[in-house]
Design a protein around this ligand. Structure first.
Ligand code: P1T
Length: 379
């Protein structure tokens, strides 16, 4: 099956009791058993729920995976991956990544004796130098949040296999429509489902997809033991959102390209970060591993001050100033004080997250209106 067909049909069966074409919201915490252990595959909704099962199957199909697991947030999914590790283990992570991922690694898991190295993973030789017998996980976000760096998944897969290291890829920015990390050799693909997969800014959710049966079992054990599971209503909303993922992503990519190309011509704008530019250092890798460049664009101002950025951030009308991304509506954000505030200034500035950096999540409105909005705000 091809992508659009999978988005609409994978994992979804007419309801066996009524024939309802849409998966019902099984708003139940438990399931009646005829005798102890004699049940229909469902015992308790932390462990399994039919609405969640449909979504997990659907997501797995989109990621070319055998197994899908959904969580109450993207952070819940990341938490589950790191809990595969034990004290003394080491993780090599990209240094440009979602601030919340940096925070859980440094403020939560370092307390439990896990060591994290943050490096520019787009340069694989820097990461390779850090590999040692304790290295157990590569954490790759690509494209990265918010600098849109591109990391070569296949190259890391080869390195990971050589040293018996797990490779996890946060595929939130690309979505499986643009990139399927498991097909490129990753072991785990992670999503903040809150973003493009949900697509309508009405759900917080996370997901993991894997092929290996034993790894899936270990992750499902942690998921059930720790309990960060989504409710059935949210699973229903995401199932509904995913049915248009391919159409939305096409428009996000088209609008992203138009706006990135417009931004570079604006006199107040300094640098524009978008992997579709042939001059972008990750362009060749992006072309190799993605089939579009997405709807995220970041830029800096010639006046690199919070004051200059604030004028633009508070001047747009269609671009709403808010955290998050990937919804149908356009958002504008200020990583330094919002999504990446938990990364110390010195660290974030090394990756380019300077005071005037502005991040756009370009929605699927008419590009002309979005440009008019940015034009008004910039002037
Ligand atoms: O917000 P949550 O669903 O828990 O997902 C966390 C997360 C993980 N990975 C990436 C790449 C993300 O962008 C996020 C969440 N990001 C934002 C809220 C943001 O505005 O960047």
């Amino acid at each position: 099956m091809k992508f659009a067909t999978k988005a609409i049909h994978a994992g979804i069966e007419p309801d066996p009791t009524t024939g309802a074409i849409m998966t019902p919201i099984y708003q139940t915490s438990t399931y009646v058993q005829a005798a102890p252990g004699d049940h229909k595959g469902y015992e308790y909704s932390r462990t399994q729920n039919p609405t969640r099962t449909a979504l997990q199957k659907n997501l797995a199909a989109l990621e070319n995976a055998k197994h899908g697991l959904c969580f109450s947030s993207g952070m819940g999914a990341i938490d589950c991956v790191v809990k595969l590790l034990k004290p003394g283990d080491e993780v090599i992570s990209c240094n440009d990544l979602y601030g919340g991922s940096y925070r859980i690694f440094t403020k939560i898991f370092e307390q439990y004796g896990i060591k994290f190295h943050f490096v520019p993973m787009q340069d694989i030789s820097t990461a390779e130098k850090l590999v040692n017998k304790n290295t157990k996980l590569f954490w790759v976000e690509t494209p990265t949040n918010p600098m849109l760096n591109v990391i070569d998944i296949a190259a890391y897969s080869a390195l990971a296999k050589k040293h018996n290291i797990l490779l996890a890829v946060d595929n939130t920015f690309a979505t499986p429509y643009l990139q399927t990390p498991l097909s490129l050799g990753a072991d785990i693909v992670m999503h903040s489902v809150t973003k493009y997969l949900g697509g309508h800014s009405d759900v917080v959710m996370g997901a993991l997809c894997v092929n290996d049966d034993e790894l899936a079992q270990r992750l499902a054990f942690i998921q059930n033991s720790c309990g960060a599971v989504p409710g059935p209503q949210d699973c229903f909303l995401v199932l509904r959102g995913i049915k248009t993922l391919h159409l939305r992503m096409q428009r996000h990519c088209e609008n992203g390209e138009i706006i990135a190309n417009w931004l570079v011509k604006q006199p107040k704008v300094d640098k524009v970060y978008w992997p579709g530019f042939p001059t972008h250092p990750g362009h060749a890798v992006a072309k190799k591993q993605m089939c579009g460049f997405g709807g995220m664009v970041s830029f800096t101002l010639k006046d690199n001050s919070i004051e200059a950025a604030t004028k633009i951030l508070s001047g747009t009308k269609l671009f709403s100033l808010a955290e998050s991304l990937g919804g149908v509506e356009s958002l504008i954000g200020h990583p330094a004080t919002m999504t990446h505030a938990s990364i110390p200034k010195k660290e974030r500035e090394k990756t380019g997250v300077v005071d005037s950096l502005i991040r756009l999540s370009i929605g699927i409105e008419d590009a002309e209106d979005l440009i008019e909005d940015l034009k008004n705000s910039l002037s």
